[in-house]
Write a protein that binds this ligand. Structure first.
Ligand code: GDP
Length: 369
């Protein structure tokens, strides 16, 4: 009997030696699975996650992971980098160039359902291509999809179907971009295996590699999500992550403001209007993020007094780094980015300062809407 059983949730090898490592299952449960030759088994972590929505920490061995990614360059494969359109800069794999080798790669922008309906697809794709090119990456194709809603998937699936006739397909991405949800959706559309991979809103849920064989002899492979301190998702507790993550299309909220005004995006983001003509600033964020306007001269005190109370999320302020700011001048109508929270559209010729905890996810782009 082959003793090696793989968790069908995350792909880790099941073991009962160390509860802190990937694939842990209590000895009695593992023994039972081995005796009955049951291959339909979840590790304890995936089990809890699925049934209680509860995250258990695990030590991911980064060396193994880098070795896995490095081996990509030697394979003939199509590399699919799944990115979160709401945290694009931080979810683009900067080291991808090294891992892709001579292989083709495509970018899949997920969570497109969150953009307002009138968003122009080609503008988003142009922006993604520019950002990718800046990092020396040249995606062959760019797709905008919604994995969770199973929308806009047809073109991507057709592309993958074609590619899989000649090579394996590797999915890579940072944690929390929706890679597992996407692979589940693809499996759902392509075959009859359902919910094979654990999905959750908590970062770092897919461990090790999981291979899904296709009828044509090739396979789809899911690799572990990479965690970065630059993602807000890895800094927030599950409850706050839940409220900061938009679920429905973002509804714009416009504030008529003038220099000397500040808008808070919950306790996670802040934008000061420093110079420019009085203007409308339009905030796109999850509905659970409370928006507040105040005077910039009073903003520091206001924040100290109201963070985690009137300004939520977060619901606790003790675990997050302090807000830090970055000044921008808008040459044209621009989106000021608060990666993972949303963005604020401001007109041309404004000087603004944006803040997040430790400047996580700050950026600017030409306005998309
Ligand atoms: P992974 O770490 O990349 O495998 O990400 P998951 O598949 O676990 O998803 C991370 C979070 O993003 C979960 O809360 C999902 O519900 C959410 N998510 C995934 N796909 C979408 C999508 O298309 N739209 C929206 N709004 N949320 C999504």
């Amino acid at each position: 009997m082959d003793d090696e059983i793989i968790c069908i949730g995350c792909g880790a090898k099941l073991q009962s030696d160390d509860p802190k490592q990937a694939g842990y299952l209590p000895a009695s449960a593992l023994k039972k699975a081995q005796e009955t030759e049951d291959t339909d088994v979840y590790c304890q972590r995936c089990f809890r996650l699925r049934h209680y929505n509860e995250i258990m920490p695990v030590d991911l061995n980064n060396d193994d992971f880098l070795a896995l990614l490095n081996s990509l360059a030697e394979k003939k494969a199509l590399v699919v980098n799944v990115v979160d359109l709401f945290d694009f800069s931080n979810s683009l794999l900067s080291s991808l160039k090294r891992f892709v080798g001579d292989n083709d790669f495509i970018l899949v922008g997920n969570k497109f359902d969150l953009f307002p309906l009138n968003t122009c697809q080609s503008k988003i794709k142009d922006w993604m291509r520019q950002e990718a090119n800046r990092m020396g990456l040249h995606p062959k194709e760019i797709f905008l999809i919604s994995a969770a809603r199973q929308k806009y998937l047809d073109d991507l699936i057709e592309y993958l179907n074609k590619a899989s006739q000649k090579e394996d397909i590797y999915f890579v991405g940072m944690t929390n971009v929706g890679k597992s949800t996407l692979i589940n959706a693809i499996i759902d559309k392509m075959g009859d295996i359902k919910d094979l991979i654990t999905t959750s809103r908590f970062p770092g849920t897919t461990l090790d590699r999981i291979e899904i064989p296709l009828e044509n002899g090739h396979y789809l492979a899911d690799t572990p999500g990479i965690m970065s301190q630059n993602q807000l998702a890895t800094r927030l507790n599950p409850k706050d992550l839940e409220s900061a993550s938009p679920k429905k299309p973002l509804k714009p909220a416009t504030f008529q403001i003038k220099p000397g005004n500040t808008i808070f995006l919950g306790g996670l983001g802040r934008i000061d209007f420093i110079k420019g003509d009085p203007a409308g600033f339009t905030v796109y964020a999850a509905r659970a993020v409370t928006l507040h306007r105040t005077k910039t001269s009073n903003a520091d005190d206001f924040y100290q007094k109201h963070v985690a109370e009137m300004l939520t999320p977060p619901t606790g302020s003790d675990y997050l780094p302090p807000l830090k700011g970055q000044e921008y001048h808008t040459d044209f109508k621009s989106d000021l980015l608060f990666g993972g929270i949303g963005f604020v559209t401001v007109p041309a010729n404004c000087v603004v300062k944006t803040y997040t905890p430790d400047k996580i996810g700050l950026g600017i782009r030409r306005a998309l809407i």
